[in-house]
Write a protein that binds this ligand. Structure first.
Ligand code: FMN
Ligand code: SF4
Length: 505
């Protein structure tokens, strides 16, 4: 009998290790022949720990499971959720990047290869640099780390740069609130990231890669490091990638924890052992990046999506999506929501559908008030904007941003003045200090919001003015985008800014 229990951090936080231990103990006591496989998560966090049992014609799910449920589960007396693949949450997705996550043993390269793994890399080995870059361009893939910059254009710049050494740097800092897609794929299907980085290396002529991972991800660090060792042993990495005669190898590097170290130039400084402050651009990292050499800096999901593009062809990927937002978006639904988790779908679903239909509305049962999309620098979207389609341009037109596609849901008890204050305070704390509008502006921003709360009639105009200055004058998006949550709170939820003022009058 084969039983899957996730090793994913979210599942572990909800007791998956205790369930796995209880299963092993109980099976041994009963003399049952049970193989326990620690898989990644399927992304249904509200069902974790989600245990799956092989019943011959597919895997049946049970969840959330506690150690006390184990005897009934082994007896076949526990109510199952049915075949996992048939669950509404799974059926409604288009799983391209996450196709194997939760399905395979993350560290079994044969499992990986049996489900389409390595097909993309083998195909890329047969192509020259220009053809690899052209394939990525044709897929329409845009950076999933936040800015949505076309990946093909970035790779082309690095491919055409002349240098004795080039690098692939994977941004696994994942600092945005409500986001966990990077972690989930690194824990559940690490070879897909390794394969994506190897293809990137072949494409631009880079022989070395680094994954810059946040220190708060001990499980992802361990899984990815073990996967790199296996990939090297099996010839997927090293001096002769899959017998191609071309070299690519990589290492995992762990950051010390700072939101700004997710910004690519700050990340490069940190990776070089320097303080994580933002570098002025130009020069672009694509031309002068890690150690001053041409460097591709891409998000985990961007790179982990590369294998499926090469496996199935750019057109297959580009056929999904909306407008200039091609392919799938890996939505991370979090906050005050009934069904939180990872949902991969073609761009184009409306925000309201994601929150109410997929997410099931708030966990508290109270009405939704706002959804912050795109991390701490994303706008608070009111319910009146729920018809906005998940697409880069659509969100931009609605005054928001998709960013890394994390959604944090708030019910009507949220105080938006306090949320605006939090955004400014976050910026003040996380600022690298390099430029004045952010370093000083964010501190003044907190004070100005406190003045609004205290009933100062001039403070709201001052806050708008300050936000304009931060937007126009900041060196990077930390200072430049903090006005999004602040101004969206002020303009979309004016009542929350009026109460104290009225009380003072
Ligand atoms: C303050 C700040 C934090 C960021 N944090 C991250 C992060 O955690 N992960 C990430 O991939 N990109 C982050 N970015 C975006 C990166 O600077 C960069 O655009 C991205 O790594 C490029 O990869 P992509 O094109 O694949 O998205 C951040 C940007 C800023 C301004
Ligand atoms: S905006 Fe803030 S984080 Fe970005 S460079 Fe300026 S001080 Fe540093």
């Amino acid at each position: 009998m084969r039983i899957w229990v996730p090793l994913d951090s979210a599942a572990k936080a909800l007791g998956a290790d205790a369930v796995a231990e209880a299963l092993a103990r109980e099976a041994k006591a009963r003399g049952m022949d049970v193989q326990i496989i620690r898989n990644g998560s399927r992304g249904m966090v509200w069902l974790e720990p989600l245990v799956e049992v092989d019943v011959g014609e597919g895997r049946v799910g049970y969840g959330p499971v506690t150690p006390a449920d184990v005897p009934a589960l082994l007896d076949g007396r526990m109510n199952s959720l049915g075949p996992v693949e048939d669950l509404d949450w799974m059926r409604r997705q288009t799983r391209l990047t996450f196709a194997r996550c939760g399905v395979i043993d993350p560290l079994d390269l044969d499992d990986y290869a049996a489900l389409g793994g390595l097909v993309g890399l083998r195909r890329a080995i047969g192509l020259d640099s220009a053809a690899i870059v052209a394939e990525v361009t044709a897929s329409g893939l845009r950076g999933r780390g936040g800015a949505g910059f076309p990946t093909g254009i970035k790779w082309k710049t690095v491919a055409e740069a002349r240098a004795d050494q080039k690098y692939i740097v994977c941004n696994a800092d994942e600092g945005d609130s409500g986001t966990f897609a990077d972690r989930m794929i690194m824990e559940g299907d690490p070879f897909t990231l390794i394969e994506g980085m190897a293809i990137a290396g072949l494409g631009v002529g880079a022989t070395r890669g680094y994954v810059y991972m946040r220190s708060e991800y001990p499980v992802a660090i361990e899984v990815l490091e073990r996967a790199v060792v296996i990939a090297r042993q099996r010839g997927m990495l090293g001096a002769d990638v899959l017998g191609s005669g071309r070299a690519f190898d990589m290492q995992v590097r762990v950051g010390a924890g700072a939101y700004v170290c997710g910004e690519e130039t700050s990340l490069l400084n940190s990776l070089e052992g320097k303080r994580g402050t933002v570098r002025a651009k130009p020069p672009l990292p694509a031309l002068e990046g890690f150690l001053g050499k041409p460097t591709v800096v891409n998000n985990v999901i961007s790179l982990a999506t590369i294998p499926v593009i090469f496996e199935r062809g750019a057109q297959h990927y580009a056929d999904f999506g909306l407008g200039r937002s091609r392919g799938t978006v890996t939505l991370q639904i979090a906050g005050n929501v009934r069904r939180g988790g990872l949902f991969e779908t073609a761009f184009g679903m409306s925000l309201g559908e994601v929150v109410n239909d997929i997410g099931g509305g708030t966990l508290s049962g109270r009405p939704v008030k706002a959804v912050q999309v795109g991390g701490p620098l994303g706008a608070y979207m009111p319910v009146s904007k729920f018809d906005t389609a998940m697409g880069y341009e659509d969100f931009d037109a609605a005054g928001g941003l998709i960013g890394h596609a994390g959604l944090v849901v708030f019910d009507d008890s949220a105080d938006m003045l306090q949320m605006a204050r939090f955004a400014m305070e976050f910026c003040a704390i996380e600022s690298c200090g390099k430029c004045t509008p952010c370093r000083i502006g964010a501190v003044r921003g907190v004070e100005t919001i406190d003045r609004i709360a205290a009933g100062d009639p001039n403070a709201a105009a001052l806050l708008s003015d300050l936000c304009e200055t931060m937007k126009d004058g900041s060196l990077c998006a930390l200072g430049g985008f903090t006005p999004y949550p602040v101004m969206s709170a002020l303009t979309q939820f004016p009542d929350d800014f009026a109460t104290l003022k009225e009380a003072a009058e």
